[in-house]
Design a protein around this ligand. Structure first.
Ligand SMILES: Nc1ncnc2c1ncn2[C@@H]1O[C@H](COP(=O)(O)OP(=O)(O)OP(=O)(O)O)[C@@H](O)[C@H]1O
Ligand SMILES: [Mg+2]
Length: 312
């Protein structure tokens, strides 16, 4: 498979702050590649550096096998960009905005008409064609922003946290649209700090923290890195201290988090953890209101590597 993006040892400093530190990764043709990291980890800096919008300190960036440069227009014509901050014209309608951005790439009016209407359909803005941005909700505005970035049918699409501060309906629409574009052949780079989005969308993921790659692989591969196997939450009205002590002594228990009316038990990789827990609850007559089992998430992986949560 062809490498569409190849980044090697990318370093970007803002004054004394090193935002990206020898950062390397590559993206293959046809992938949805996720850049997952908490606020300030360097996601936007990475995207903007790759796009040639920032002057980098060190490193090599290739797109479509060619050296990326600020004036590499032959590369840029096949790229779509949806930046973190919405950038549209308030005085133009939804249709006119998309037509404007599409017009930067496509001169023919008839071709453009078709492309603009297709983009409107992809993001589901058919009913809002004549609205101006100030009349749109945050979610619809994001969808307009996306339509502006995809209308010219780029081969490679960058999306920087497109679902932040978006209502659930628009969020679903956005995620589904991205899947659709990918199925039509677009290679996608997607940044987010929501692990659920990465799990839903991405073929491969890179977890970034303090400008460095801390883990990379498919979602399944990353989850296998977690040393906990499962997390079981038990909810109850009350529980005696000595009973908690007995739960802590169950085989394979790595850690127990005690909260009012809830305990969370972290088990090491082994079969039968749930069965053994349920047997104990019965034997000790511990009246549980709910018992929930959770498999490891990407947040657990991040937590184990960095000691912090993905979300603040
Ligand atoms: N123009 C700038 N000047 C100085 N420091 C900056 C600038 N842009 C970003 N930074 C700093 O660089 C680091 C990486 O920021 P960046 O915006 O790339 O992170 P991010 O992962 O995109 O975060 P978020 O999830 O909040 O969008 C942060 O510490 C940030 O404060
Ligand atoms: Mg950002």
């Amino acid at each position: 498979m062809n490498k569409v993006i190849e980044v090697e040892n990318l370093t970007k400093r803002y004054g004394n702050l090193t935002a990206l530190n020898k950062f390397s990764f590559s993206v293959k043709e046809g992938e949805i590649f996720g850049l997952l990291g908490p606020n300030g980890s360097g996601k936007t800096t990475a995207i903007n550096s790759i796009l040639g919008l920032l002057k980098i300190n060190e490193g090599k960036i290739q797109i479509f096998g060619k050296q990326m440069q600020p004036d590499a227009y032959d590369i840029k014509k096949d790229i779509g960009v949806i930046l973190q901050n919405v950038a549209v014209f308030d005085s133009l309608t939804v249709y006119e905005n998309i037509d404007y951005f599409c017009g930067l790439y496509v001169a023919n009016k008839e071709t453009r008409k078709k492309l603009v209407n297709e983009a409107i359909k992809v993001v589901g803005l058919e009913k809002y064609k004549t609205f101006t941005p100030p009349k749109l909700s945050g979610g619809l505005l994001r969808r307009l922003n996306i339509a502006c970035g995809i209308a010219h049918k780029p081969k490679l699409l960058f999306l920087d946290e497109p679902t932040v501060a978006v209502d659930p309906q628009s969020r679903n629409n956005i995620l589904e649209s991205i899947k659709k574009l990918n199925q039509q052949g677009t290679t996608i780079i997607y940044t987010t700090h929501y692990m659920e989005e990465v799990e839903f969308l991405c073929d491969r993921v890179l977890i970034i923290d303090h400008g460095k790659s801390v883990a990379e692989g498919t979602v399944e591969q990353l989850k296998k890195q977690a040393t906990i196997d499962e997390k079981i939450e038990v909810e109850f009205d009350e529980i005696a201290e000595n009973k908690i002590a007995k739960i802590k002594k169950l085989p394979n228990v790595k850690d127990v988090l005690v909260e009012p009316q809830k305990i969370t038990i972290y088990f090491a990789k082994e079969n039968q953890n749930m069965t053994k827990l349920l047997e104990l609850l019965k034997k000790e007559d511990i009246k549980a209101n709910a018992v929930n089992l959770q498999k490891p998430t990407l947040n657990d992986v991040f937590l184990e590597i960095t000691g912090r949560e993905l979300r603040d």
